[in-house]
Design a binder for this molecule. Structure first.
Ligand code: PHE
Length: 345
């Protein structure tokens, strides 16, 4: 019996040593140490033994069980460690592999155009001013020398919310608001970008909502020469040093005299082509000397102060600068259009 037990022990230890996974090891544990296992089986024959022998065999059987159990525990932790190691090896990450490229958006071409113009004027000492898009009739029209019933209101067909409240048709109301805040004291030097609205049918050159950038300078001794010099710097910086400008007489109720500025056509160099409609010139913006009535209504003394103002459409400027043929491209957000501008970041 003693020998049989010793045999079972070495058999078990041998099998445990060679077991290659946790499942196999567990099966061995059940089979050797379980109630139906060979050790229990051997012990069943204990009845035949002498009273002297019995406890000795019992002790031996327990010792064997214990050592088998110890070896199993050791083997288990060995197998577990190996399993973790294997898993780690299978999951190693090659940190030198190139990453997947992340698709990046870019700023909208219109935003970029506005910022380019803003930067230019900030560089000349202008401050950026803003005003509400839902505007009262007073600032959108009346304070700009366009009283109720004035025929020039027709130039800017509007979206009215109430009789007295409308979507602003231009950024010029910010002129009136800013001047009012200065309480009759100059200098005022602002640039005002923003959205404006008109009741137009959308087509390649019209949109019911578009953007404008307004400029306003009010101080003592501001003359038309200051306006012309400023517009010349603007045109050359934005469109190129080789561009010429010309001022044509025009009409805006809030400026007197009023002008429109053209730049020489880059495509034909002034010879006349399709883009400049054979004139050699391209219209860029409206401007003029602030009307004395406008100064007065905003609290400035027109005997002491003069000023100039200009208003431009960044869409139009971007269209001319980049050869964009339809204003609707700016609002429909076709990724193929937008992507063409991201490379310039
Ligand atoms: N507000 C004018 C427009 O929308 C543009 C402009 C601004 C003209 C300032 C002169 C001076 O047409």
């Amino acid at each position: 019996m003693r020998e049989r037990l010793q045999e079972l022990k070495s058999e078990a230890l041998e099998k445990i040593k060679h077991s290659s996974n946790l499942k196999e090891l567990n099966d061995l544990r059940v089979s050797y140490l379980g109630k139906k296992g060979p050790i229990t089986e051997v012990l069943r024959g204990m009845g035949k033994l002498s009273a002297e022998e019995r406890p000795k065999i019992g002790a031996l059987a327990n010792a064997i069980r214990e050592s088998i159990s110890e070896v199993i525990t050791e083997k288990r932790s060995e197998l577990e460690k190996a399993a973790v190691q294997k898993k780690l090896e299978a999951e190693t990450i090659d940190v030198t592999l190139p990453g997947r490229p992340v698709k990046r958006g870019s700023r909208h071409p219109l935003t970029k155009m506005i910022e380019e113009v803003e930067d230019l004027f900030i560089g000349m000492g202008y401050k950026v001013a803003e005003g509400p898009e839902v505007e009262i009739d007073y600032y959108n029209f009346e304070a700009l020398n366009l009283p109720k019933g004035h025929p020039a209101r027709d130039m800017q067909d509007s979206f009215y919310i109430t009789e007295d409240l409308l979507m602003r048709t231009h950024t010029s109301p910010v002129q009136a608001r800013t001047m009012e805040k200065h309480k009759g004291k100059g200098p005022v030097k602002i640039i005002c970008p923003g959205k404006v609205y008109r009741r137009d049918n959308d087509d390649a050159t019209h949109s019911h909502q578009f953007t404008q950038i307004e400029g306003l300078v009010v101080d003592e001794n501001i003359t038309m020469a200051d306006l012309k010099g400023t517009l010349e710097v603007f045109a050359k910086k934005i469109f190129g040093e080789d561009r010429e400008i010309r001022l044509r007489p025009s009409f805006f109720p809030f400026t007197e005299p009023s002008v429109e500025m053209d730049i020489s056509c880059k495509i034909c160099g002034g010879e006349g082509c399709r883009v400049c409609k054979q004139t050699g010139w391209i219209e860029i913006l409206g401007a003029g000397m602030v009307h004395p009535n406008v100064l007065r209504m905003a609290g400035f003394d027109p005997e002491k102060y003069t000023g100039f103002a200009f208003g431009m459409g960044p869409e139009r400027i971007a269209m001319l600068k980049y050869g964009i043929d339809d204003i609707r491209h700016f609002y429909t957000n076709d990724i193929r259009f937008l992507q063409q501008f991201s490379v310039q970041e």
